[in-house]
Design a protein around this ligand. Structure first.
Ligand code: UN1
Length: 519
């Protein structure tokens, strides 16, 4: 694993310069933009490199390329599009260690999780390759004789993919690999907090695209301003806008897209709960809670933020949890023993401080942590607070390793409390009771897009559809049939008979238009 002192060599090998260009047209050409902003290493609070800021012309060039290339790409057979994605996956396999290190450097997530992110890119690419040979439609039973009724799926068009800093590469890969096999092109607008990961991923994609005649399938626009998001959301040439970020921003993006009848795929805030019932195996629950609450420094959409514990297990769990929290190594994300790296920036650290203060002011009992760490990096302690589900601070998503702990008496009460949050992404129940497990998964159970039994809220595999309800936004990405969002459905009917029966049995006899037969 490359160490911090080998950082510059690593950046160079991934094509990162001191000052990076603002936009990529996907065919190997880049546009310089103007001005610039820094990508900060959150472990030390110092710039890793600078990135130029895209101008409206740069965005227009990327979008125009995406539109132009789409007209060709949609006609390439899907299995051939899959070969492009297969080679992308191989390139990522080859660069997994380096890309993982860059992601760890830029986001502060620990190396093991950053490598996991690259693995997630590889996994979804493999999934997409298989999918490229089975983008299937249904043949349906027509009510009319000698008619064939079927559905087919066609490429949709250029897709805008707007990603957050916390998964600076994998969430793009979820969208981009599926979009590419579906015959779409992609304009990527990554978070200004993690632009270098995007530059590195784009450079790898450019190389692979050149070998597959896929130049321009993936384009990139870098900016720390908000107008590119508004522009992409409002542009009728973009039939699908895939947005990952806070519900607050999602709420602004969605109406812009809806206004022009575009489609939105929203992956917004989560406020995920984990329930430990009286029969739970704490040897399973403990590591799941720790990974869920502390992993990625509490900055995953799927982070465990609320912990509901049956009152009979409360003392035991608090005892084990506080002892485990005390052993969490905080520090350099590249050190193998570290479990908790820094938050992304000073603003995130301030939000942590404000949330802890608000919870304490409401009467919350601090069971562990609560402090920031001195120094230039944006480190905070993993924090455990005994709280109340109704408090506003518990009801909102704070991107930090704060876990609110709350007791309950019956499973129905726990499910009701879990569902009593505006967000609906991931949920988990630890139980050894089959009936309770089924109850949790039933229609009146968890209202979330993801519901797990005896595993935590975070760390979903790519095979299932990923996303959530309510203020999480309703989108589904990654596995299962999430690909359908990237295509347009066409219902087609062929009449191969020699009469024209109408549906619904309607009898409509137009006057004859046949020429009179000469006598
Ligand atoms: C996100 O936080 O935006 O389930 C994505 C997980 C990861 C993906 C998280 N596979 O935690």
């Amino acid at each position: 694993m490359p160490h911090r002192d080998q950082r510059d060599t690593l950046l160079q090998r991934l094509g990162i310069e001191e000052l990076n260009p603002a936009a990529a047209l996907g065919d190997g050409s880049w546009r310089s933009g103007i001005g610039g902003f820094a990508s900060i290493d959150p472990a030390v609070g110092e710039p890793l490199a600078l990135v130029q800021r895209a101008t409206p012309d740069d965005l227009e060039a990327a979008l125009a390329a995406a539109c132009r290339v789409f007209r060709h790409w949609r006609e390439v057979p899907a299995p051939r599009r899959g070969l492009f994605v297969r080679d992308l996956a191989d390139a990522w396999r080859e660069k997994k260690d380096e890309l993982g290190t860059l992601i760890a450097l830029e986001t502060g997530k620990i190396k093991a999780e950053a490598d996991g992110e690259v693995q997630e890119m590889i996994d979804i690419a493999d999934f997409a390759v298989g999918l490229s040979r089975r983008l299937e439609g249904s043949v349906l039973a027509s009510e009319r004789p000698q008619h064939r009724l079927f559905e087919q799926w066609h490429p949709l068009g250029p897709v805008a993919v707007i990603t957050a800093f916390n998964f600076p590469a994998a969430v793009w890969a979820w969208n981009a690999t599926l979009a590419a096999v579906c015959g779409d092109t992609v304009v990527w607008k990554p978070s200004p907090k993690a632009p270098l990961s995007a530059v590195a991923v784009q450079r790898i994609a450019d190389e692979v695209a050149a070998r597959h005649g896929a130049g321009g399938v993936f384009t990139l626009v870098l900016s720390d301003e908000t107008w590119p998001v508004e522009r992409l959301a409002g542009d009728a040439r973009v039939p699908l806008v895939s947005f990952t970020g806070s519900s607050h921003v999602g709420r602004a993006v969605a109406p812009l897209v809806a206004h022009r009848f575009g489609r939105c795929l929203l992956e917004c805030s989560g406020n995920n709960a984990l329930i430990v019932d009286e029969s739970a195996d704490l040897d399973l629950a403990l590591p799941a809670i720790l990974f869920g609450a502390v992993g990625t420094a509490g900055q995953r959409c799927t982070t465990t933020r609320r912990l509901f514990v049956h009152e009979a297990r409360l003392d035991e769990l608090i005892d084990r949890l506080t002892r485990a929290y005390a052993q969490i190594r905080i520090g350099d994300p590249l050190e193998p023993a570290t479990l908790l790296g820094p938050l992304i920036d000073e603003e995130a650290r301030r939000a942590f401080v404000a949330a802890v203060a608000e919870a304490q002011a409401a009467g919350g009992e601090l069971l562990h942590g609560g402090n920031t760490l001195p120094g230039h990096g944006f480190f905070v302690e993993p924090t455990l607070i005994r709280a109340d589900n109704a408090w506003p601070v518990v009801q909102r998503e704070t991107f930090a390793p704060i876990l609110y702990l709350m007791p309950f008496r019956t499973l129905d009460e726990a499910i009701r409390l879990q569902n009593a949050a505006p967000q609906g992404l991931a949920s988990a129940l630890f139980t050894s009771d089959l009936r309770r497990a089924e109850r949790f998964l039933a229609a009146a159970g968890s209202d979330c897009g993801i519901a797990n039994v005896n595993l935590g809220t975070s760390g979903a595999e790519v095979g299932g559809a990923f996303g959530g309800e309510k203020e999480t936004g309703g989108g589904r990405e990654a596995g299962s049939d999430a690909w359908k969002a990237y295509m347009r459905r066409q219902t087609a009917t062929i009449n191969w008979g020699s009469s024209l029966p109408l549906a619904q049995g309607i009898n409509f006899r137009p006057p004859s238009t046949k020429p009179p037969v000469a006598s």
